[in-house]
Design a binder for this molecule. Structure first.
Ligand SMILES: Cc1cc2nc3c(=O)[nH]c(=O)nc-3n(C[C@H](O)[C@H](O)[C@H](O)COP(=O)(O)OP(=O)(O)OC[C@H]3O[C@@H](n4cnc5c(N)ncnc54)[C@H](O)[C@@H]3O)c2cc1C
Length: 283
């Protein structure tokens, strides 16, 4: 059992005017919820997000000694912060709140009222099971690494890299091929304007190459990603180049006599077929 004792759950079902009540039998759903395990109190109301609706939740927390709150209403995007706030005002940790979306995910998308009511009941049952397992959480701030890793140096990756780098962020751009450019570098003109593809792409490729905020890792692939948002650790496999990188001027002549089988020798578009592929040099 989670902390804060045996769950005493309050379920508050919102009519959202006609938005939910026209499709879902809200009274029946509230009655159903009141009989679920660990549910101490269940009620319905016209607009749970209104001041009287919020008052009902705050008062019920006190009157029924609730330690968990569920509101079955709209999308969490819309009112989760509202109801977390109400839960906190009822002197509960706001993370003892769970929202059930019976508007966007039920009444607005279900034709048959009976099916909508059944689905609302199922979602509320799931929320009741879930909220019983909630734990009190505290918000905390942790430092984040602001660098950006972009995988793939096609036009999308190039543009993203330049945008981030120009805004002052350090960017690692990882490209598995020997050069950035992607598909666009293989096109002559681009539909619909028939602009010269290289005229658009080449200056951007060059900007990437000399941008002080961009570390370009070509002929490289991401091997492993660990960590979490803001604190990722990424292992990148830089493939062998068989050349002295400091002396290389990109003339490509070494490709002609390279003794390995893994150096790309050319890229082609097969005739009569739109497949673009990297042709590997054969020994
Ligand atoms: C034959 C053809 C004609 C086209 N004509 C037009 C047109 O006329 N007009 C138009 O607007 N669009 C056209 N397109 C579409 C356009 O080329 C693409 O939408 C655009 O180039 C996609 O860019 P991108 O950066 O998203 O991907 P891509 O150009 O595919 O770039 C992806 C890059 O990521 C790299 N990569 C992939 N996986 C990894 C990995 N695991 N690790 C590291 N790097 C990786 C690839 O090597 C590549 O460099 C055409 C496409 C084709 C194939």
């Amino acid at each position: 059992m989670s902390e804060n004792g045996q769950p005493r759950i309050g379920v508050f079902v919102c009519q959202c005017g006609a938005n939910i009540a026209d499709k879902v039998n809200v009274a029946e759903v509230a009655e159903f919820a009141s009989k679920l395990d660990n549910v101490t109190f269940a009620a319905e109301y016209k607009f749970m997000c209104s001041d009287p609706g919020q008052d009902l939740i705050r008062k019920s927390i006190k009157e029924h000694n609730l330690n968990r709150v569920i509101v079955a209403s709209c999308s969490p995007l819309m009112h989760e912060p509202t109801f977390r706030g109400v839960t906190a005002e009822g002197e509960l940790n706001p993370f003892y709140f769970q929202m059930t979306n019976i508007r966007e995910q039920v009444s607005w998308v279900t034709k048959d009222p009976e099916a909508a009511t059944k689905k609302a009941k199922a979602l509320i049952s799931a929320s009741v099971r879930r909220v019983a397992l909630h734990e009190a959480l505290e918000k905390k701030e942790v430092p984040v690494r602001p660098e950006v890793l972009i995988v793939g140096g096609g036009i999308a990756g190039i543009h993203a890299a330049l945008t981030y780098a120009n805004s002052g962020k350090k960017v690692y751009l990882v490209e598995k091929e020997a050069s950035i450019g992607g598909h666009m570098s293989m096109l002559d003109k681009t539909f619909p304007t028939l602009d010269c593809s290289a005229c658009i792409l080449t200056p951007k490729m060059s900007d990437v190459g000399k941008h002080p905020n961009i570390e370009l890792l070509t002929w490289s692939e991401v091997k492993e990603i660990s960590g979490y948002v803001g604190n990722f650790e990424v292992t990148i496999n830089k493939k062998a180049r068989y050349i002295d990188v400091d002396k290389c001027n990109g003339c490509g002549m070494c490709w002609e006599c390279c003794p390995t089988t893994i150096t790309p020798s050319q890229r082609t578009i097969k005739k009569g077929d739109l497949t673009i592929k990297t042709v590997l040099k054969e020994n």
